[in-house]
Design a protein around this ligand. Structure first.
Ligand SMILES: Cc1cc2nc3c(=O)[nH]c(=O)nc-3n(C[C@H](O)[C@H](O)[C@H](O)COP(=O)(O)O)c2cc1C
Length: 314
């Protein structure tokens, strides 16, 4: 297999391969400089940005769990103007498609961010984060309600021409319904999944392990949840999906493609090995061959479901 077998068209964006870095897990991309060759990636999803800088949550913000990690960063970020001035010029030099991720506490804030970021001409797409479990306002409460998800999606859609990916949480009680609302409101694609709400407690001191008490779980522990979210939402909408949650190797990538993802995002694996994402790119051609295919594209949504399966219900 040659490298062109990994080429991916993600809602019109041409990627050299389907492997992206997940929002917030590689800072703004600059932090990993020298630790991995980011020009080998399919693209980079930047840390979520708000209009004004946000301070984030109380420490500690990270706790390792069995098979994963809890975080309660709370969308700490430098604000959109600093991102545009200090970060975008430098990461544009990497030469891979960049996707901004936006967050806010009002529908209008999302619209303003999308239009301001598009005006830079440096971005290939925008990811709309309506699924952060770690902030009091402007996070998951949008993404668990179909009307609020639709309102945010419509306002972003009307204020930029870039592809718009809506990032959802598996914590929504009717995730395919929310995905459908985003689709009807003009989303170009979906990003699935954000971290899963969780917590950890010190049994001796009786205190929560995170300063924010609760946080979001990521890593291998959430992979089965993420796969089902991708499978359900692909069948509900047919939209291009960036799938992620616990991906550690190329075999995991194939699983997400089969469930319906067009591209994948690597998050927590980067904390264990900063070069994990580029190693996955290198491993991918062999994994595609092992799955009996010649391109990644031909695996998308091609899960072989047993004939007697009960339509994906438990
Ligand atoms: C430390 C940390 C920070 C994160 N920050 C963001 C963020 O700013 N915006 C966002 O949409 N998702 C954020 N996420 C969620 C990841 O992008 C990803 O959706 C999630 O971690 C699941 O993928 P993984 O298991 O590969 O990490 C963050 C996750 C972690 C662990």
């Amino acid at each position: 297999m040659n490298e062109s077998s990994l080429m991916t068209n993600l809602a019109g964006i041409e990627l050299a391969n389907p492997v992206l870095l997940a929002s917030g897990t590689a800072g703004y991309g600059l932090e990993l400089d020298g630790l991995l060759d980011m020009s080998r990636l399919g693209g980079l999803i930047l840390k979520s940005v708000t209009i004004e800088p946000w301070a984030g949550n109380a420490e500690p913000r990270i706790w390792e769990t069995t098979g994963g990690m809890l975080n309660s960063i709370g969308l700490e970020n430098i604000g959109v103007e600093a991102l545009i001035e200090d970060v975008l010029p430098r990461i544009s030099e990497i030469g891979v498609p960049l996707m901004a991720s936006i967050a806010g506490d009002t529908v209008r804030a999302f619209a303003r961010l999308a239009s301001r970021l598009e005006s830079t001409g440096a971005l290939a797409a925008v990811e709309v984060n309506v699924s952060c479990p770690n902030v009091e306002r402007g996070g998951i409460q949008f993404g668990v309600d179909p009307n609020a998800t639709a309102a945010v999606t419509t306002s972003v859609r009307e204020n930029c021409t870039m592809p718009v990916f809506v990032k959802l949480s598996a914590a929504a009680s009717d995730l395919p319904g929310i995905a459908d609302a985003a689709s009807r409101a003009g989303a170009s694609g979906l990003s699935l999944i954000n971290t899963v709400p969780g917590m950890a407690i010190d049994p001796v001191s009786r205190s929560p392990r995170l300063g924010n008490v609760t946080g979001g779980l990521s890593g291998p522990a959430i992979k089965p949840i993420a796969l089902k979210a991708v499978y359900d939402c692909f069948r509900a909408t047919g939209l291009p999906i960036i799938g992620g949650g616990g991906i550690y190797d190329a075999g995991d990538v194939i699983e997400f493609l089969l469930a319906g993802a067009t591209a994948v995002s690597i998050g927590t694996a980067t904390f264990q090995d900063p070069a994990r994402a580029t190693k996955i790119v290198e491993e991918l051609p062999d994994a595609v061959t092992a799955a009996g295919a010649t391109t990644t594209a031909e695996l998308v949504g091609r899960l072989r479901t047993p004939r007697n399966a009960s339509k994906g219900k438990r």
